[in-house]
Design a protein around this ligand. Structure first.
Ligand code: NIG
Ligand code: FE
Length: 390
């Protein structure tokens, strides 16, 4: 198998886990990385790089692991421009807007839904995302949820069943009946296509008891839990995530001290989604408080047409540094190794021998520029599974 060396890297972010306690990004200066097939086989100082068939000169730029976007909702049709406009004139965000996208998604054909999905994936790839999770949740019938997951599974292994996004409109007067469907026929149809199960635990969506019933049923079918927790208000979501050993509690915008403690003493990652606070003009989640308590933090886009219509991890990194108390190093770790932890993956989010060769080349000498130069398209090269795609 032929190997490629990328050399003349000013800053190489490795996220080497053996350095997690001393220097989490494990950066190497004047570095090189060697790729063979779809894997990284060597990293270190340029001068010590082994000879290879192919050579790429990084030109004194930075290389980091591809972003791991562990939370998105990309199987949908239509958009919600009017809702966004109204919000920017003062109307608050509510879960009810999800119904607009449910109607548009149900009405769309498979080809249109997949074209839309591919469009946002391509957009994300150009901005450095090489691993992404995506969810159902805009179908809310047995057939429409299963279809969303089938389409998603053509593009990623990280597929999440979110039949419990809101109570389907047909069940407005019978939420218990909808929970039975989500934990029964819908789960049976969806489980074969998914790795994860998620629930929107929030006023106006599902309460703690309903969420526990839904996630427990999913676990019994071999799905692993993750939760939309404490986004719009305080509530039981984070505690439930920890109780059920969910891989991630997502949003974490309204946290009590007990919620922060629970996360810090668990292996549940707090996934923060600043695109949602940006697009709903809500208060920012307090990343500093979580980090200082010892919780593991991930950063993701939550890309969806309602609360966070961005596919850009670099944008989220910049917001997290500017407004959530993270250092640039912490934010870059959270968007790479943090996202991998939220998906319980060790083969992505790091550039060490054996990991997938998923790399981002920035037109900048260091990863700090992602926050220092917000809004600038700095991603100039992307390798996924060892293949240069951008
Ligand atoms: O993560 N909070 C629930 N779900 C999405 C929003 C979905 C929508 O508004 O369409 C979120 O923010
Ligand atoms: Fe979400």
């Amino acid at each position: 198998m032929s190997a490629t060396v990328i050399t003349n890297i000013a800053t190489l972010v490795t996220n080497d886990p053996s350095l997690r306690d001393s220097d989490p990004l494990g950066p190497v200066r004047d570095a090189a990385v060697v790729i063979e097939g779809d894997r990284v086989v060597w990293t270190g100082e340029s001068s010590k790089a082994p000879a290879t068939d192919n050579r790429v000169d990084a030109g004194g730029r930075a290389v980091l692991p591809g972003f791991v976007d562990s939370h998105s909702h990309l199987v949908f049709a239509g958009d919600r421009t009017e809702e966004f406009n109204a919000r920017m004139s003062g109307r608050p965000y509510s879960a009810g807007g999800i119904r607009t996208t449910v109607a548009a998604t149900r009405a769309a054909g498979d080809a249109d839904l997949e074209a839309n999905l591919t469009r946002y994936l391509t957009e994300a790839l150009r901005q450095g995302t090489t691993t992404f999770e995506t969810k159902s949740g805009y179908g809310l019938t047995v057939e429409d949820e299963a279809r969303a997951l089938r389409l998603a599974a053509r593009h990623t292994d990280e597929v999440t069943y979110l039949g419990a996004h809101i109570v389907a409109p047909e069940f407005a007067d019978d939420p218990a009946g909808y929970v039975s469907l989500v934990t029964g026929d819908m789960l049976n149809a969806c489980a074969p296509h998914a790795r994860w199960i998620d629930v929107f635990c929030e006023k106006g969506a599902f309460d703690g008891d309903q969420a526990r019933a839904i996630l427990t049923a999913g676990k019994a079918k071999g799905l692993h839990p993750r939760i939309h927790a404490n986004q719009l208000s305080y509530g039981p979501g984070v505690q439930l995530a920890v109780e059920l050993d969910a891989a991630s509690a997502d949003h974490c915008t309204h946290l009590t001290d007990a919620d922060v403690d629970a996360l810090a003493n668990s292996s549940t990652v707090a996934t923060l989604l600043p695109g949602a606070e940006f697009s709903t003009r809500a208060a920012w989640p307090d990343a500093r408080r979580l980090l200082d308590a010892g919780a593991t933090v991930a950063l993701s886009t939550d890309c969806n047409p309602g609360s966070s219509f961005t596919s850009s991890v670099p944008f989220c990194v910049a917001l997290a540094v500017r407004d959530m108390g993270m250092t640039p190093d912490e934010a870059v770790w959270a968007a790479t190794a943090g996202g991998a932890a939220a998906l319980r993956r060790t083969d992505v989010g790091r550039l060490v021998p054996g990991a997938y060769a998923d790399l981002v080349l920035l037109d900048a000498p260091s990863h700090v520029h992602l926050a220092y130069r917000p809004g600038v398209p700095l991603v100039t090269g992307v390798w996924r599974r060892g293949v240069r795609e951008v």
